[in-house]
Design a protein around this ligand. Structure first.
Ligand code: FAD
Length: 451
């Protein structure tokens, strides 16, 4: 079997690993248009905060890791097109300008996304940056150390924007997060939790300009401010983290695309072209909790999809559908650590699913534990009002309770109800938790039980 993979990031890497593991004799080639294989943007904050051994170590794999296992990795090779009838790809060697063709039995697309510029005047001024990939990581690092950069505006209060804001605040810059939505991280967390986090940002010197409508960027060549409907926010540097564009313009007419450019896939992650599959940020995966397709831009999602594709790649008629994902993810905000899975108020509304929420606040351990960091913990459970099936949840504390979310993800995947979660046999040990474990208590509270 000859397989061509496009894109050497999470989806491409996992596809190659699975293939070379399951089919040691397969002829596997990854084409990657970038010159550096395969920078791990997930580790960018760690790099910027000097927590890694070096920028070139922040990667998924080196070409030789795949080559040792019999695969080929061709960086600086951009795939321009493919012919589904001839089973051929057209590839440009970006170093030499040569254009070549290569053949495949199966083609896997993991071409990902690119950060989107804001469609407002001045968006092309100098010092308007994005936070994705090695080149931007290096440029951002330089600006962190540049004393002439005093005011940094971060546009977008999602995970990436928050990481950028924290990095610059810790580097001593005056940071403002600007977003059109009303709550910082409001696409990931429900208001019960964002209301706790907003003062944490402000307490760490990050101003929040929320509900803002950006009209343009001020400055001559270089940006000096972000213009909003209510005034201009000073900025010597702007990080735009407010949306992405799928890298699929070259696929127009070759495979069916969604209205916003993502690659359309069926229940088996097949595209509309025969023997062509797609994974990663460039598709809209099925959300297990909503039963609908929605964007989930996570490495963990790309890897699950790739594993599924390879498991079925030889089947002419696959029978087992891709189960879907929940967007399970975690982040820290200064001292706080949170994690979420499944539907929150924002994603439930976007998918037109009715959820009922229950917010639970407690202390981590029994109240008599006074001198050992017995901090507050917060859980939000979202569930179906009629069936009590759990559809989503969030956990947060200054203590690291993020692993609890994995139990919740499993509960949603297996269709558990509040009643199931209220009684699940989780451990108790007062050095760790209360007489009932955190998720037991949160589910009991959602059922109206007061303990
Ligand atoms: P991408 O990573 O977008 O890569 C696509 C690759 O394809 C690129 O290398 C591109 O050059 C190449 N390519 C595109 N078109 C062509 C072509 N025509 N020919 C050849 N090559 C092509 N996810 C998590 O799960 N956890 C995290 O903690 C996390 N943190 C993140 C932090 C940041 C700052 C960012 C930006 C993202 C983070 N993510 C995280 C998301 C994660 O990085 C993405 O979900 C993941 O990289 C998607 O992988 P992918 O394979 O779909 O595509």
């Amino acid at each position: 079997m000859k397989v061509i993979i496009i894109g050497a990031s999470h989806g491409g890497h996992q596809s190659a690993l699975e293939l070379l593991d399951k089919y040691p004799d397969a002829d596997v080639t990854i084409y990657e248009k970038g010159d550096f294989v395969s920078f791990l943007s997930c580790g960018m904050q760690l790099f910027l905060e000097d927590k890694v051994s070096g920028v070139d170590d922040v990667r998924n794999f080196k070409p030789e890791d795949i080559e040792k296992r019999g695969g080929k990795v061709k960086s600086q090779h951009e795939v321009l097109s493919f012919d589904a009838d001839k089973k051929e790809v057209t590839v440009k060697n970006l170093a030499t300008g040569d254009v070549l063709t290569d053949t495949y039995d199966k083609l896997i697309l993991s071409s990902g996304v690119t950060p989107a510029a804001l469609p407002v005047p001045g968006a092309d001024k100098a010092n308007i940056f994005f936070m994705r990939g090695r080149d931007w990581a290096l440029k951002i690092k330089e600006k962190m150390q540049d004393p002439t950069v005093k005011n940094v505006a971060v546009i977008g209060s999602g995970y990436i924007g928050v990481e950028a804001a924290e990095v610059f605040a810790k580097a001593g810059k005056k940071v403002t997060i600007i977003d059109m939505i009303d709550d910082v991280l409001g696409n990931y967390l429900d208001k019960d939790l964002t209301d706790i986090l907003a003062p944490v940002f402000e307490g760490n010197g990050i101003a929040l300009a929320l509900g803002a409508s950006i009209t343009g960027f001020a400055g001559d060549d270089a940006v000096t401010g972000v213009e909003t409907a209510t005034g201009t926010i000073d900025a010597d540097l702007v990080i735009v983290a407010a949306g992405v564009t799928p890298n699929t313009a070259w696929l127009k007419g070759l495979v069916d695309l969604e209205p916003r450019g993502q690659i359309k896939v069926d229940d088996y992650l097949r595209t509309s072209a025969k023997d062509v599959y797609a994974v990663g940020d460039a598709i809209l995966p099925l959300n297990i909790a909503s039963g609908k397709h929605a964007p989930v831009a996570l490495a963990s999602t790309a890897r699950r999809e790739a594993r599924y594709v390879i498991r079925n790649i030889e089947a002419d008629t696959p029978t087992e559908k891709f189960r879907g994902v929940l967007g399970t993810s975690a982040l820290s905000v200064f001292d706080y650590k949170f994690a979420m899975t499944g539907l929150n108020d924002f994603s439930a509304a976007r998918s037109d699913v009715a959820v009922t929420g229950s917010f639970f606040k407690d202390t981590l351990r029994p109240s008599f534990v006074e001198n050992d960091g017995n901090t507050d913990v917060y859980v939000k459970l979202n569930y179906d009002q009629d069936t009590h099936k759990i559809l989503g949840g969030q956990v947060m504390s200054t203590y690291d309770v993020t692993a609890q979310i994995n139990a919740l993800a499993l509960a949603i995947t297996t269709g558990l109800t509040l009643e199931d979660l209220a009684e699940a046999d989780f451990f108790f040990q007062p050095g760790f938790d209360r007489q009932w474990s955190l998720l037991n208590l949160a589910a009991q509270a959602a059922l109206g039980e007061t303990k």
